[in-house]
Design a protein around this ligand. Structure first.
Ligand code: PLP
Length: 463
């Protein structure tokens, strides 16, 4: 049988895709029973993937079987309720289902002509996001791989606008001789903000750092004098403490000076969509661009990031592209808003998440993460752990009196237990434990069970 005939029969028989669904469902069914981090056995078995590139076509079902038997056990159970590492988020069932379906479509959302459905869903979702965050009507959305890319695009748009205002077309003329642009950021800005500044050629050494308080919030009164050549980077949701910069105050100062404000709200911007948390993001509508992930707090699958920008012309110009075969339409052409040309139709998952949750569901989901984090902090405190931060959102930091090496041992014990997974970080020059509650699946019982694992790990290290 030739290769095409083989693949046609794989598609026609449906057995392969059904088997993929069965494996996936099997994985999901057992996710709560398995250790959160892979066992050492599962890790050793990964060596079986190491082989020469096959010379001839293989057996599709066997390939899938390898992936399930070797791969599934060596995955991290981020979709279970007891994964608190990094700020990952799980995936809402409806988003997974939508992804499965749209994977079969295999759409390229670069142009309306390439996928009318993706273009329509992007248009609808863009309007929903404006409403949800209370942003002005002229705000446009880019649907990207994540916040790193979103910050990059936001800064590119800012640079284009600042230069254009001074008669300098950055695309044509570039860096040499361009108006000098200042970047102002809080000391605790996320690494991806710094990366974007470096990638765009601003230079990390040129960032003007502003001191932060003990929760990692930029101190607005310490801002340097701003002007209309300045980009101010504001953080909504600090990766360790979950704290929010004083957005309103910074935006007021920046707006008076004509500076551009970008808000990195990778996981925290969603607080702005929640009644009981929106005080954290008060004034957010006064910024010029915002980056936020759907794959974190909103629990859409990877990779799903969003840039919102109030200056369509600057954004589209900064990301400009030409080509005689590129046919722009009078509808939305997604690639106008992204650095990439070809792009999967990731919008379906974001659209499905918002359509499924509605305002009330978003409220319940996001506030629920906060409630579980607050529960974590309170139960840990009762068990004589030292919670270091004000738990305003979904992050909890735990500190210790013992040496850093003991903390490393403690974290290791906890991770090895398979009961839950938390990571470590440095805070005030000490090693600490960092807990991030960001999965819809986390229950109050998951939190209590994890606190019990904390107690157990402490017993092991102090013995
Ligand atoms: C995760 C994160 C980012 C980077 O987002 P990606 O989607 O991983 O690219 C940026 N800023 C903050 C505050 C984050 O938590």
């Amino acid at each position: 049988m030739n290769l095409r005939a083989k693949m046609q029969s794989e598609m026609a028989s449906k057995a392969l895709l059904k088997q993929a669904a069965n494996y996936g469902l099997d994985y999901a069914e057992h996710i709560q029973q398995r250790p959160v981090f892979p066992t050492s056995n599962a890790m050793v078995n990964l060596e079986e993937f190491v082989e020469e590139l096959p010379a001839t076509p293989g057996d599709a079902e066997q390939i899938l079987q390898d992936l399930h038997h070797l791969g599934s056990p060596a995955s991290v159970a981020t979709t279970s309720g007891r994964y608190f590492g990094f700020v990952t988020g799980a995936a809402l069932p409806v988003t997974l289902a939508s992804k499965w379906l749209t994977d079969i479509w295999d759409q390229n959302s670069a142009l309306f002509l390439m996928s009318p459905v993706a273009a329509k869903l992007e248009t609808v979702t863009e309007a929903w996001l404006r409403k949800l965050f209370g942003l002005p009507d002229q705000v446009v959305a880019s649907f990207l791989s994540g916040s790193s890319m979103a910050i990059f695009c936001g800064l590119a748009a800012a640079r284009f606008r600042i230069c254009k205002n001074q008669g300098w077309d950055f695309n044509q003329k570039g860096h040499n001789g361009a108006p000098e642009i200042r970047i102002v950021a809080g000391q605790s800005a996320h690494g991806s903000v710094i990366k974007a500044a470096a990638l765009l050629g601003f230079g990390i050494d040129n960032i003007e750092w502003v001191d932060c308080d003990d929760q990692g919030r930029l101190i607005a009164s310490n801002l340097p004098p701003l002007d209309n050549n300045t980009i101010v980077l504001v953080q909504a949701g600090h990766v360790s403490t979950g704290s929010f910069d004083p957005i309103n105050e910074i935006c007021n100062t920046a707006n008076r000076a004509g500076a551009w404000v970008h808000i990195d709200g990778a996981f925290g911007l969603w607080a702005g969509a929640v009644n009981k948390l929106s005080n954290l993001t008060a004034g957010l509508e006064k910024a010029q661009s915002w980056s936020v992930d759907a794959h974190k707090t909103l629990n859409a699958p990877y990779d799903n990031g969003i840039l919102l920008c109030s200056d369509r012309e600057a954004l589209v110009s900064a990301l400009q592209i030409n080509g005689s075969y590129v046919n722009f339409s009078e509808h939305r052409d997604g690639m106008l808003y992204t650095p990439e040309m070809s792009r999967r139709a990731r919008i379906t998952e974001l659209w499905a998440a918002l359509k499924y949750l509605g305002r009330q569901g978003i409220d319940e989901l996001v506030f629920g993460l906060h409630e579980r984090a607050a529960q974590f902090a309170s139960e840990l405190t009762s068990a004589d752990f030292n919670v270091l931060n004000d738990v305003v959102f979904n992050q909890v930091l735990v500190g210790f009196d013992w040496p850093d090496a003991t903390t490393a041992d403690f974290i290791n014990q906890l991770q090895k237990s398979g009961e839950c997974w938390v990571g470590g970080t440095k805070w005030a020059n000490k090693s600490v434990v960092r807990i991030s509650v960001c999965s819809w699946a986390t229950t109050a019982e998951d939190v209590s069970r994890s606190v019990a694992a904390f107690v157990d790990a402490r017993r092991r290290v102090t013995l």
